[in-house]
Ligand binder design. Structure first.
Ligand SMILES: Nc1ncnc2c1ncn2[C@@H]1O[C@H](COP(=O)(O)OP(=O)(O)OP(=O)(O)O)[C@@H](O)[C@H]1O
Length: 301
């Protein structure tokens, strides 16, 4: 469990994180979303005790990260894909980390296997590609069998097979009852991986809700009818919103397909198409964060 309470970070006159409060619960994959510069990495660094908050606090499993005596066993961390600057092999890199926590070599071998690093385990980790480095970073994060996992952009640099591997792994970790918190700017990826979303913009909380709720939010229905104009009058009388897409095709909000079908039937109007249209997570996200992105573009200009 991660509890973020009024967390604030100020860099000079810039508020990178602005009184953010949310809870990341065990047993779920929670996605941390926001446009570039929204404050995701800064928040994660404060949760991990790498940056000191200007105000507020972040607790991991009930206490600040730095107060855990064996942090690798409590929290698995993967922050920003940074190259491992080491002349050690991947295996020796993991063994050295494991040794700091009395973790045995069998666990290291299991993680090498799990992360698909067997072929390259003897190679110098400093020469790894971004994707291989990410796999090594994830293996390192899981060394201590932690109850909480925090990953900043874990699929960065991974090939499609690697992305699928991370997605499956994170779902399994959550199914085992762990707390899984990951940031990404890839909405489509989050839709497939996360159960819950925390959305930020300009350092502030924009939304904290289940993925299903976000995608269900903006549902409209495409309605094709040769009597579109007459139908529009009846729809507006029912408080629906109507937008003409093209000649004979309407996009209707505020009424579901069944209600629109019944309305058309009551008035004897023919329908040629009735298609519920669910906003993709991408569209829902754009809608949610539009203000914060516009603001940023304005400042840049
Ligand atoms: N060390 C620092 N000094 C000054 N400003 C900083 C520092 N670190 C971050 N910032 C600023 O704080 C804001 C939030 O940055 P942060 O990296 O946390 O955002 P992010 O959501 O992770 O973005 P991205 O998706 O681009 O990684 C940005 O405006 C950034 O320029």
């Amino acid at each position: 469990m991660i509890e973020v309470q009024d967390l604030t970070k100020r860099y000079g006159d810039r508020l990178a994180v602005d009184a953010l409060s949310f809870t990341v619960r065990p047993g779920l994959v929670t996605g941390f979303l926001g446009p570039n510069g929204a404050g995701k990495s800064t928040t994660m660094r404060m949760i991990a005790g790498l940056d000191r908050p200007t105000a507020g606090r972040a607790l991991v499993n009930g206490r600040p990260y730095a107060e855990h005596r064996a942090p690798l066993r409590e929290v698995g961390l993967l922050l920003e894909a940074k190259a491992v600057h080491t002349s050690r092999s991947a295996r020796d890199h993991l063994r050295a980390l494991a040794a700091t926590h009395g973790i045995d070599d069998r666990r290291v071998e299991r993680l090498i296997e799990l992360a698909g690093l067997r072929e390259v385990a003897r190679k110098r980790a400093g020469g790894f590609s971004l994707g291989m480095g990410q796999r090594l970073g994830i293996a390192a994060a899981l060394l201590g069998d932690p109850a909480t996992v925090i990953l900043d952009e874990p699929v960065n640099g991974l090939d499609p097979e690697g992305v699928l591997w991370v997605r499956t792994l994170l779902r399994e970790l959550a199914a085992e009852g762990r707390t899984v918190f990951l940031s990404s700017h890839l909405m489509s990826e989050m839709a497939l991986t996360a159960d819950h979303l925390v959305v930020v913009g300009r350092g502030r909380l924009i939304a904290d809700l289940p993925v299903a709720e976000l995608t269900a939010r903006e549902t409209t229905v495409l309605v094709r009818s040769p009597e579109a104009a007459v139908l529009t009058g009846h729809l507006l009388a029912e408080q629906a919103t109507v937008a003409a897409v093209e000649q004979g095709l309407l996009e209707v909000g505020g009424l579901d397909a069944a209600a629109i079908g019944a309305l058309a039937h009551r008035h004897g109007l023919p329908l040629h198409e009735l298609t519920p249209r669910r906003a993709s997570l991408e569209e829902a996200f754009m809608e949610l964060t539009r203000d914060s992105v516009e603001y940023r573009a304005g400042v840049a200009a």
